[in-house]
Design a binder for this molecule. Structure first.
Ligand code: ADP
Length: 427
C-alpha cells in the first residue's frame, strides 16, 4: 500500500477521517473502498478473504446504490428457459444459492412449452405512496378526504402531481382515517421505473399545494405505511401495487404425466388442501401459493430490483382446475403487486443490466414507456407459474411415491416374513 494510503488508513482507524468521506475526498471510488477495507481489517482483525474487492465498478454505485462499500458478494446466476409466454420465448436469469430452484423452474417451463405456452394479462400498473397527515380534529381530516376523493378536483390534483416527472401520471387517491390522522394513498403510472422516487416527488408537490388551503394540516410523514412498501399488507393484496398480473396455462394430460410425473387429479387436490385451505388455516395474507417468493426474489436479485419488495411482489394465489372432462390442467397465478422497473435503482449496474438485456427489457422503452417494466412483470409471473407447477408436482409425485413405497414396503415386509417363516423349514 502506498505511504499516502497508509496515512489515510491510520486516520480512518483513529476516527480522524470519517470513512464515508473517502470517495469524495479521494475522487477514486476503488481506492476509497480499498482503504476502508484495510481500515476494517485493522479494527476487527478479520481478513474477509472470501469477499472480493477488485472486479467491481465502485463508481457505478456512488450516491445511488450502496454506501461505505468494502467489496461485493458474489452470487451465481442460473438461466431457466425458454419460457413460452404470450407467443414469445424468454430465457430467465435467476440469482440464487438455493439448489434445485432453477432446475425446478426450468422443468415448469418445459411443461408449459410442451403444452403450447402460457398467457398473461396486466390488470393494473401503478405505484403508490401514502403520506400521513394530522389535523386538529377528525372533522377537518374528513374535509380533506372529501376534497381529495371528489372527482371534480382530480384534474387540479393531477396537474400539480404530474409537474415533477415526464412519466409519473396521477391515477387516483384513496384515503383512510385513524382518528384525526388522514392517510392518502396516491397511485400513479411510472413508465419503466419501479417508481418509488417518482411517486414520492409527485406526492410532495400535492402536499405543498394543499398546505395553502389546509394550513392546519400537519405532515407527519411522506410515507404513512398505507402505501404499503416492503411490509405485508392487505391493501396491496386487494388494491394492487406496481403491476397486477394474472398468468395462466393449460397443461396437457400427457405433459402432466411425462414431464411432471404425476396426474391432474392429484395436483388439483394438493393445491386445494395446501395452497388454499392450508394457507387459510395459517391465516395467510397473499400467501396462497407454494413458493412464489423463491422465483420472485431470484429474478429480482438478477435484474437489479429492490429485493426487499419481494414481500408484496410475492403475494400470489395459485389456482388449479381439471378441465376438458378432467383430462387437462388449468393453472393460474394471480399476483396483484409485482413491483419492478427497468430504469433507476440497481437496474443500471453492469451485471443486472446484462440480465435485463437477456430478457430484452434493458432500460427505457422509448416507443412505449412502461412496456419494458410491464413485460418484466409478466415474465416474473410466468416464471412463478412454472415454479408453482413444478413444486406442486414434485410434492404430489412425492406423495404418490410414498404411497407406492408404503405398498411396496408392506409387500416386501410380507415376503420377508414369509421368508422367515420358511427358514426353519429350510434349515
Ligand atoms: P424510481 O422512481 O423507480 O426510484 P428513479 O426516479 O430513480 O426511479 O428513475 C427514473 C428516472 O429515469 C427518472 O429520472 C426518469 O425521468 C428517467 N426515465 C427515462 N426514461 C424513462 C422511462 N421510460 N420510464 C420511467 N422513467 C424514465
Amino acid at each position: 500500500m502506498p505511504e499516502e494510503d497508509e496515512e489515510i488508513v491510520a486516520a480512518v482507524v483513529a476516527v480522524k477521517i470519517p470513512s464515508y468521506v473517502l470517495e469524495t475526498r479521494l475522487g477514486d471510488c476503488r481506492r476509497a473502498a480499498g482503504i476502508r477495507r484495510e481500515a476494517l481489517r485493522r479494527i476487527t482483525g478479520r481478513e474477509m478473504d472470501g469477499l472480493p474487492l477488485d472486479g467491481f465498478d465502485y463508481a457505478s454505485i456512488l450516491g445511488q446504490c450502496c454506501e461505505l462499500p468494502v467489496g461485493y458478494v458474489q452470487l451465481p446466476v442460473g438461466v431457466a428457459g425458454p419460457l413460452l409466454l404470450d407467443s414469445r420465448r424468454h430465457y430467465v436469469p435467476m440469482a440464487t444459492t438455493e439448489g434445485c430452484l432453477v432446475a425446478s423452474t426450468n422443468r415448469g417451463f418445459k411443461a408449459i412449452a410442451e403444452s403450447g405456452g402460457a398467457s398473461s394479462v396486466v390488470l393494473k400498473d401503478g405505484m403508490t405512496r401514502a403520506p400521513a397527515v394530522r389535523f386538529p380534529s377528525a372533522r377537518r381530516a374528513a374535509e380533506l378526504k372529501g376534497f381529495l376523493e371528489n372527482p371534480a378536483n382530480f384534474d387540479t390534483l393531477a396537474t400539480v402531481f404530474n409537474r415533477s416527472s415526464r412519466f409519473g401520471r396521477l391515477q387516483g387517491v384513496k384515503c383512510a382515517m385513524a382518528g384525526r390522522n388522514l392517510y392518502m394513498r396516491f397511485t400513479c403510472s411510472t413508465g419503466d421505473a419501479m417508481g418509488m422516487n417518482m411517486v414520492s416527488k409527485g406526492v410532495q408537490n400535492v402536499l405543498d399545494y394543499l398546505q395553502d388551503d389546509f394550513p392546519d394540516m400537519d405532515v407527519i410523514s411522506i410515507s404513512g405505511n398505507f402505501c404499503s412498501d416492503k411490509k405485508s399488507a392487505a391493501i396491496n393484496w386487494i388494491e394492487g401495487r406496481g403491476k397486477s398480473v394474472v398468468c395462466e396455462a393449460v397443461i396437457k394430460e400427457e405433459v402432466v404425466k411425462k414431464v411432471l410425473k404425476t396426474n391432474v387429479q392429484a395436483l388439483v387436490e394438493l393445491n386445494v388442501i395446501k395452497n388454499l385451505a392450508g394457507s387459510a388455516v395459517a391465516g395467510a395474507l397473499g400467501g396462497f401459493n407454494a413458493h412464489a417468493s423463491n422465483i420472485v426474489t431470484a429474478i429480482f436479485i438478477a435484474t437489479g430490483q429492490d429485493p426487499a419488495q419481494n414481500v408484496e411482489s410475492s403475494q400470489c394465489m395459485t389456482m388449479l382446475e381439471a378441465i376438458n372432462d378432467g383430462k387437462d390442467l388449468h393453472i393460474s397465478v394471480t399476483m396483484p403487486s409485482i413491483e419492478v422497473g427497468t430504469v433507476g435503482g440497481g437496474t443500471q449496474l453492469a451485471s443486472q443490466s446484462a440480465c435485463l438485456d437477456l430478457l430484452g427489457v434493458k432500460g427505457a422503452n422509448r416507443e412505449s414507456p412502461g412496456s419494458n417494466a410491464r413485460l418484466l412483470a409478466t415474465v416474473v409471473a410466468g416464471a412463478v407459474l412454472a415454479g408453482e407447477l413444478s413444486l406442486i408436482s414434485a410434492q404430489a409425485a412425492g406423495h404418490l411415491v410414498q404411497s407406492h413405497m408404503k405398498y411396496n414396503r408392506s409387500s416386501r415386509d410380507m415376503s420377508k416374513a414369509a421368508e422367515e417363516a420358511d427358514r426353519p423349514k429350510k434349515c
